[in-house]
Design a protein around this ligand. Structure first.
Ligand SMILES: [Zn+2]
Length: 344
């Protein structure tokens, strides 16, 4: 009888310890990540030429990667371009496209001419912390079973690879444009209206402007190597490119959608702005309320930045002129979108 009680106690203790461990590390026990195309090359450790679609016959395969890879390094590419492994006799891509993670269909654009992404779909992975989005562009078709709001399982087929776009992508360069990242605002239309673009915003909150990508390749390779326990841990492990302060008392809806990335001041404590940490290429990784934005400080203060990481030709988030640091155009856009304020 006594032994039985000790045994029961030990079982409960170990379950409780496991519970604490899972809580403490933001562990997503069911987190699964799947490659979005049938090509096994990356999983097998093969090089770029085995899966990335280059932008032209005389270009390097890196042109299909994430980063400053376009226009001699002056233009940013916010995802991966993945080429097909199967074509029909007319040369059309036959690859199925799979959901990268469990999620919900939050946007579908079925009119190719309406976007540089062509026919595209955005999934929001609402069960993980933070709720990442993934985007699948240039599709030939979206699976007819897939509708707005449909729940999809990881590795479920969601469409077919193609070459759809508002511009011409030749058939022999059919590919999937694939992005993973965070969404800046839930009121993109307000920002769009303030900019007086010549064309209307046709994609609600799922315009490319409002989506900030991370490099999918290390996200996949570290997942395969069990290098992180959850997307939250992965994002927190990314290098810090810049830390800035924004003098506003607004609570961005980013903080409500991604509470795991935000730190709020304790009740009753005065705060007068936000300290924001940006990871690679301006991915916001932490927003924290601060009391360091007194009346006499400028709207945006650059606290620190990594000169090495900012030494690139595109998507700089901090600029230095005559020894003074100031926010680059891209950073201004991010802050406007995050906080719904005018930076100018
Ligand atoms: Zn692309």
């Amino acid at each position: 009888m006594k032994l039985n009680r000790i045994f029961n106690f030990l079982i409960r203790l170990s379950l409780f310890t496991l519970f604490l461990e899972l809580q403490g590390s933001n562990f997503s026990p069911n987190f699964q990540l799947s490659w979005p195309t049938p090509n096994p090359a990356f999983a097998k450790g093969m090089g770029y030429s085995a899966f990335l679609q280059k932008t032209g016959p005389d270009k390097d395969f890196t042109s299909g990667a994430f980063g400053c890879v376009r226009n001699n390094g002056y233009k940013f590419h916010e995802g991966l371009d993945l080429y097909p492994v199967r074509r029909d006799t007319k040369g059309r891509a036959q690859d199925s496209i799979y959901a990268a993670m469990d999620g919900i269909v939050s946007y579908i654009n079925n009119v190719s001419a309406n976007s540089a992404y062509g026919k595209y779909m955005v999934l929001e992975h609402h069960k993980i912390k933070p709720k990442l989005y993934s985007l699948y562009g240039h599709l030939a078709e979206i699976d007819p079973k897939i509708k707005l709001g449909t729940e999809v399982k990881v590795a479920q087929e969601i469409g077919k690879m193609g070459n759809s776009a508002s511009y011409r992508i030749p058939l022999n360069r059919s590919h999937l444009h694939f992005e993973i990242g965070l969404r800046l605002t839930g009121n993109f239309q307000k920002w769009y209206n303030s900019k007086r673009f010549s064309t209307p915003n046709r994609h609600g909150n799922y315009s490319g402007f409002n989506l900030v990508g991370l490099d999918p390749l290390p996200f996949y390779s570290k997942y395969a190597a069990k290098g992180y326990k959850s997307p939250f841990d992965y994002i927190k492990s990314l290098p810090e490119e810049a830390k800035i302060r924004v003098k506003t008392k607004k609570i961005p809806d980013f903080a409500k959608r991604y509470p795991s990335l935000c730190k709020f001041s304790s009740q009753g404590k005065i705060w007068n702005g936000w300290e924001c940490i940006f990871g690679p290429y301006g991915l916001p990784t932490t927003l924290q309320q601060t009391d360091k934005c007194k009346a006499d400080v400028p709207l945006i203060q650059i606290v620190s930045y990594d000169t090495g990481l900012q030494n690139r030709m595109c998507r700089r988030i901090v600029e230095k002129k005559d020894g003074t640091l100031f926010p680059a155009e891209q950073m201004k856009i991010y802050i406007e979108l995050l906080f719904g304020i005018k930076v100018g």
